[in-house]
Write a protein that binds this ligand. Structure first.
Ligand SMILES: [Zn+2]
Length: 127
């Protein structure tokens, strides 16, 4: 399962950071979720919570943030997809919408930079 292996990597990292810092507990873990990861937020949350059971991170709060990729056009234009999608009135959660955002300058279809990763943005520990 895709979500499970991603969650494993995150929790392994969190626990090693917590141990390195002699943490007593982990309060909050903030994770940036790229809009193109195709990850189900409920599933990833379920895996994260299951993996922290009986670890130093048990009971931690997970904060998942949407990360909108930057878009780039061959004409040199670039911009963030969140604004571009809002401006064009497209449905924000439709993954296909990212693949056909037209360039506001020249009208060509742009390509995305990033947005396919799950990134730990911050780990709040108690020492
Ligand atoms: Zn362009």
């Amino acid at each position: 399962m895709h979500e499970y292996s991603l969650a494993c990597n995150i929790i392994e990292h969190v626990i090693s950071v917590a141990e390195l810092n002699n943490a007593k507990a982990v309060n909050t873990i903030t994770i940036g979720v790229g809009k193109l990861t195709l990850v189900n937020p409920d599933q990833i949350l379920f895996c994260l919570e299951a993996l922290t059971a009986d670890t130093i991170a048990q009971g931690t709060e997970f904060v998942l943030l949407d990360i909108f990729p930057d878009m780039e056009c061959e004409c040199g234009y670039s911009g963030n997809s969140e604004h571009l999608l809002k401006d064009s009135g497209r449905y924000m959660n439709d993954i296909m919408a990212f693949l056909e955002i037209p360039c506001p300058t020249c009208g060509k279809i742009m390509h995305e930079l990033g947005g396919r990763d799950l990134v730990i943005q911050s780990i709040d520990i108690e020492q």
